[in-house]
Design a protein around this ligand. Structure first.
Ligand SMILES: CC(C)(COP(=O)(O)OP(=O)(O)OC[C@H]1O[C@@H](n2cnc3c(N)ncnc32)[C@H](O)[C@@H]1OP(=O)(O)O)[C@@H](O)C(=O)NCCC(=O)NCCS
Length: 237
């Protein structure tokens, strides 16, 4: 996958909520981000990633290192939203800018596309089959929906439950959609049913509903996702 680094941008303040501030996550904040993601995803995505039990300290350290490595070496755009009245990180997001490796190329090659879909190693607490089933479900659909086109993709969006509905999620979405508009490319995400209405307000349109039946993997539920795409802004003044 080709991930281009973008230059750090000035901090963005939400006109609706001046107490909240969005900026790029620093490498030393990777552990805080990991804790927020882990906490928010506990009733949902964690049932896929760690279906065989609560992740160990070793696993959490691995996740933290993956986040830190993403920030430092891979140009992954991890964001934090800070409540400036307390200094607490209350929400986070992971955006990626997926562009052709070759400068000047208008689209990625299929080889580049498929490099981006390489499977990662399951965690000790994962059921490897379930872990890969989620990856494959998302990858196959991204491949079909986006093809070789450049895009921004929102991989993760998490707001701590006691800070929901304060505008943090929207600020973190807007951060990426503004960059997608500047670059004149599409944006894409796999929405939870809870996130979908908010994404729709930011111009994302549902493309397809997909489901993962955790009952096939000793789980209890069917998890549904709404694949959403936001068209490229053309003719930006
Ligand atoms: C979805 C989520 C990211 C929204 O974050 P947020 O900081 O509350 O977002 P905002 O304040 O900008 O927007 C609020 C909107 O999010 C949705 N939302 C937030 N909290 C909600 C809740 N408890 N129940 C239902 N919808 C909720 C609603 O659409 C809400 O709009 P409304 O208040 O007009 O109904 C957050 O609730 C979350 O982390 N949920 C759990 C994880 C998840 O589903 N992440 C999205 C994965 S794609």
């Amino acid at each position: 996958m080709a991930i281009s680094k973008t230059s750090p941008s000035p901090k963005m303040v939400n006109p609706g909520n001046p107490d909240l501030q969005v900026s790029l996550l620093k490498p030393e904040e990777a552990e805080q981000y990991m804790h927020i993601r882990h906490e928010v995803f506990r009733p949902s995505v964690n049932n896929i990633l760690y279906s065989r039990g609560e992740p160990s300290q070793e696993t959490l350290a691995r996740v933290t290192e993956e986040i830190r490595d993403g920030v430092v070496n891979k140009g992954i755009l991890y964001l934090k939203c800070v409540d400036t009245t307390t200094g607490e990180i209350i929400a986070g997001a992971r955006w990626r800018c997926v562009m052709p490796k070759e400068e000047g190329a208008s689209e990625r090659t299929w080889e580049e596309v498929d490099e981006g879909f390489e499977r990662s190693e399951p965690y000790d607490e994962s059921d490897p089959k379930l872990f890969h089933a989620l990856h494959d479900l998302f990858s196959e659909n991204k491949r079909a929906i986006l093809g070789t086109r450049s895009h921004y993709v929102l991989d993760t969006l998490v707001t701590l439950a006691n800070h929901e509905r304060r505008g943090a999620g929207s600020m973190l979405v807007r951060w990426g959609t503004e960059r997608a508009d500047e670059a004149g490319v599409e944006a894409y995400l796999e929405a939870s049913p809870m996130g979908a209405p908010m994404y729709a307000r930011h111009g994302f349109e549902p493309v397809k509903k997909v489901a993962l039946d955790l009952r096939k993997y000793e789980g209890k539920e069917i998890m549904e996702f709404i694949l959403m795409k936001r068209p490229a802004k053309v003719g930006t003044p």
